[in-house]
Design a protein around this ligand. Sequence first.
Ligand SMILES: Cc1cc2nc3c(=O)[nH]c(=O)nc-3n(C[C@H](O)[C@H](O)[C@H](O)COP(=O)(O)O)c2cc1C
Length: 190
Amino acid sequence: MAKQVWKGSAVFGPLPPALVSCGDGEVKNVLTVAWTGIVNSHPPMTYVSVRPERYSHDIIKRTGEFVINFPTSALAAATDYCGVVSGRKEDKAAKCGLSYEECEKVSAPAIAECPLSLECLVTETKEFGTHTMFLAEIVAVRVDERLIDSKGKLNLQQAGLISYQHGEYFATGGKRGEFGFSVKKKGKAK
Ligand SMILES: Cc1cc2nc3c(=O)[nH]c(=O)nc-3n(C[C@H](O)[C@H](O)[C@H](O)COP(=O)(O)O)c2cc1C
């Protein structure tokens, strides 16, 4: 395959366009964030990178908490809307038909319509230039019970989560394997 080499830029593979909710008893807001991921397994650590000019930035900085909610295909338009309109101007959740629900471990709200939400406590804040990275511990995971089978396994693929690739939203699906399948020994023939 012939390749062009471009100068370094923030191009990446599929990302979750996460609905990040924040706030407390005083204020509640939600914004869309693609700059997120896992940075450690034990303790489970994540981050969100948020521009200082976002309304949510100072809320997260003040409260030290946020919730990462993963939207389904049905929530694609709401996800986009929360990423182009500021909570300074209106209650985006109400406008998009999203509801806030109380969390277990943080005072920030979760988005009830999202099947998977991570309750996060900020442990470190780092300013990189355009964005502030809020590094955080995931202190609780909220999962739609319908995705958990009788053996307690989470079947996340059934949630129909969306991905974000270079400015476009996509439905996920089409299993190609599972962790370790490439090295798994085939069962002996009976
Ligand atoms: C798909 C998508 C991904 C985005 N990712 C980020 C991000 O990672 N960090 C960020 O600061 N803004 C990101 N934005 C922009 C904010 O979500 C947007 O400016 C939003 O209106 C800020 O809301 P707020 O002012 O209510 O906090 C993204 C927008 C979209 C549509």
